[in-house]
Design a protein around this ligand. Sequence first.
Ligand code: CAO
Length: 416
Amino acid sequence: MGKALEGVKILDMTHVQSGPTCTQLLAWFGADVIKVERPGVGDATRGQLRDIPDVDSLYFTMLNHNKRSVTLNTKADKGKEIFVKLIKECDVMVENFAPGALDRMGFSWERIQELNPRMIFASIKGFGPGEFEDCKVYENVAQCAGGAASTTGMLGGVPLVTGAQIGDSGTGLHLAFGIVTALFHRETSGKGQRVECAMQDGVLNLCRVKLRDQQRLQHGPLNEYSQFGEGIPFGEATPRAGNDSGGGQPGRILKCKGWETDPDAYTYFITQAAVWGNVCDVIGKPEWKEHPDYAKPAARLPRLNEVFGAIEDWTMTKTKFEVMDICNPLNIPVGPILSMKEIAADEALRKTGTVVEVDHPERGPYLSVGNPVKLSDSPSEVERSPLLGEHTDEILRDVLGMSEEDIASAKAEGAV
Ligand code: CAO
């Protein structure tokens, strides 16, 4: 079976996490991703957070599957010459350098368009045009500037960042969507275009419901937030909501059997209005089904601490998986708090290829997250990340048609 993006050539100038996430997704769908790296140096993450000396880190290997690596000094004359050929040859160029870096190299968007009018040029920066457009930005800065941190954490506590890399991987995902949209548009327009996604914007898009709540605040308190039931007044901005569920159906994280020693023995539990009767039966409070203080969602709002206290008295007698087994058939929405250890061993995730074991010539087998998006007619197998410059010769020869002599002279000049 052919892959969806087969035949699409991506000139991958990305590094660290945000850009590589994007190009890895495209590679999984079959695009030929040519990762350009500085000779002798490569993507900085190759050497970051190393667990095995002198071997590409998991940080790098888990973000650069299914790509080919070519080393190229795009600041040297010969390197620029080769880079121009690559621009002419490829369909898409992706980069997440610091603002202005590509212009300083001599490759502005105008120049790229001149070289290849069909080129789709995709960039990630920390901020869009404005006061902060020149800033270098990393994950947690984006989480803070995009509104995630101010709305994450416990009420009265410090703002929190989340373990989900919504700034880097989230923006990479947005950019990949922009690129395939531009590729689709090129089918009719015949022209490439510029695709940009700022990390602040990507995070804010994922925090959409919190901007919703900011506006609702102008019309009264947010009564599904726990602080409403606790009589704590709202301030001027969307507050941190702890583990409250955002959808208007009260939900919290509750202790399960073993919580005293297992930091992940918890379940998420939603008291969905439609199944309130089932909740009452399960926790041994059938009298709450008809009682005026508990029967209707609005009556329960000021009593959520008592309600969840009673539910927790029950969940603490069960493991998080027993809670699932009991509640699922009754349509009560619950979910175990899974540790990374549990996820790594999860057989269902292995079967679908969402968790995969990959073999690497230098590090041996390691676990990775495979393509979470499944296409019925475009399977995506995960292939190991390339070694630095592993494909330099084959790309210069097969993609650019350079002679062995030319390649040798580029090497002698230190351009590749
Ligand atoms: N040949 C020659 N030079 C190269 C090269 C190559 N193949 N690849 C990169 N370089 C050069 C760049 O041109 C740049 O040179 P100048 O500073 O002279 O312009 C230099 O290497 C460093 O690039 P950089 O400034 O992008 O890298 P950094 O480590 O200083 O900053 C980061 C990293 C991520 C903060 C910055 O790239 C950035 O803000 N990117 C946009 C936002 C982003 O993606 N952030 C998320 C990263 S994941 O947490």
